[in-house]
Every structure is written in C-alpha cells, then in structure tokens.
Design a protein around this ligand. Structure first.
Ligand code: ADP
Ligand code: ADP
Length: 233
C-alpha cells in the first residue's frame, strides 16, 4: 500500500507579475515501512515538497493521495484533520512548547484527538520510554539538552500512531555524536514498522535511510535504494 502517492505534482508561487515554478512535475510512491531521505541543493524544492507531503500546503497541480485520502482537492479544515491523524512532524528547531513539561508536550496531539487525560499520560509516558527519556518526563525544554528535546519531539510525532513520520533536518541543530543517537532512534522507529521521510543535506545522515531521493530544480533527479544500508540487514 502506498502511504504517499504523488502524480505530476506542480507548485508555483506568484511573484509580482511572474510565476516561480518550484515543483515541475514530481511523481513518487512511498510504501508502508519505507525509510526515505530527501536530498538536493538549496532551492531545489525540498521544503516545498515536504510542506505538501505534510498537508501544510497544497500543490498547484497534480494529485497527492496520502494513505488512501486524496488530499490534493481538500479544503483547509479537512486537511488539518488529516494532518493530525496521519502525520507526525519532527523539525530542526524541535518546536516544543517551553512552558510545558516533556510529558505534556508529547501529549499535545492527543488533546486534539480527544483522548482522556489518564490515557494521554499513559501514552505519552510510553512514548518517552521508547525514545529513552522515561526518567525526564517532568522536565521542561530549557532543562533538557538539544538531543533530549529532539527525543521529546520524536515521541510527540509518534504518539498519535501516524501513518507517516516527516522530519525536516532533524539533526541540523545537533552535534555529530548526538546526531548519531537521534538517527539510531529513527532507525528503531523504522524497524518498528513506521514509514519515515526525512530531509537532509548531509550524506552521513542520508546513509541511515534505505532509499535516497534527490531533487534538482523542482524535479526528481535520482531515486535509489541505499545499497550500504540495504546490505546490512
Ligand atoms: P529547498 O528546501 O530545497 O532549499 P525550497 O522549497 O525552500 O527549497 O525553495 C525552492 C524555491 O522556491 C526557492 O527558489 C525559494 O526561494 C522558493 N520559495 C519557497 N517558498 C516560497 C514562498 N512561500 N514564496 C515564494 N517563493 C518561495
Ligand atoms: P529551508 O532551510 O528549510 O530550506 P528556507 O530558509 O528556504 O527553509 O525557507 C524558510 C521558509 O521561508 C519556508 O517556509 C519557505 O517556504 C519560505 N521561503 C523560502 N523562500 C522564500 C521566498 N523567496 N519568498 C517567500 N518565502 C520563502
């Protein structure tokens, strides 16, 4: 089953009298339990494509089916609902709420999903355990290291059991040792059956994925299985 089905996706921005064509016909299928790195030079359209994949933006043309839902024709409110149900986001800047504890941050998506307080706490605790942060659930972001904050953000992305995890430069703010720890967590998430798409411009980080898709000037330049990773398991 395709989690992501993109058919000739177009995206342009109006710049005064001109249209800037940023995505020029992107077609791509990503199946359940794939682990994909999206790479490409600055300006090639990675963020634009991730915004579309994450239902934060809609394409100017083409078709996007996310887990069986045709999202290319959806209105904003419907899109927001799908986004909450189907997608877990991980950002470079963590995007945690500073006044909430780790546990409360992880539980936020469950509030929108209408889950009871007790169940929210149980699920959030379990997710924090899963990312190796079970002990620090009462800490606030400013009492946690960058790597620990990113673990909280990953736990939050997972808590709704989404069909797709999207990560935009998740190690961009971390030192190399911490980056490896975070990539190990993504490896575990993938191993436990999740579908992961991450944007990175670092080859070392992309090597953790099983498939590497490269964008250039708004089109897919190459799409290859990662031989190294595919060979070891
Ligand atoms: P990447 O993430 O690969 O660096 P982006 O998707 O951010 O690429 O940008 C691709 C191109 O689209 C760039 O030329 C960028 O300036 C332009 N762009 C991105 N977002 C917008 C926007 N909201 N309005 C106008 N132009 C944009
Ligand atoms: P990234 O580092 O992830 O590629 P950018 O710095 O390119 O992000 O862009 C940051 C934000 O600004 C994005 O949401 C993008 O859509 C928007 N953006 C990028 N280029 C332009 C532009 N030329 N005009 C308006 N918005 C832009």
């Amino acid at each position: 089953d395709a989690v992501i089905h993109l058919e000739n996706i177009l995206k342009s921005y109006h710049m005064g009298n001109n249209d800037l064509q940023v995505l020029k016909g992107v077609s791509l299928n990503i199946f359940k339990n794939e682990y994909v790195a999206l790479m490409g030079p600055s300006g090639s359209g990675k963020s634009t494509l991730m915004n579309i994949l994450g239902c934060l933006d809609t394409p100017s043309g083409g078709k996007y089916v996310l887990s069986g839902h045709d999202v290319s024709t959806m209105e904003d409110n419907e899109l927001a609902r799908i986004r909450n149900q189907e997608i877990g986001f991980v950002f470079q800047q963590f995007n945690l709420m500073p006044r909430l504890t780790a546990l409360e941050n992880v539980a936020v998506p469950l509030i929108y999903a209408g889950v009871s307080k007790k169940e929210r706490e149980d699920k959030a605790r379990a997710m924090l355990e899963k990312v190796g942060l079970g002990e620090r659930y009462k800490h606030r972001p400013n009492e946690l290291s960058g790597g620990q904050c990113q673990r909280v953000a990953i736990a939050r992305a997972l808590v709704n059991d989404p069909s797709l995890i999207l990560a935009d430069e998740p190690t961009g703010n971390l030192d190399s040792k911490t980056s490896v720890e975070i990539m190990d967590i993504f490896g575990n998430i993938h191993a436990s059956g999740n579908t992961v798409v991450l944007v990175t411009h670092e080859e070392d980080i992309a090597e953790h994925a099983r498939r590497i898709v490269r964008l250039r000037d708004g089109v897919i330049e190459s799409d290859k299985l990662n031989e190294i990773k595919s060979a070891v398991s």
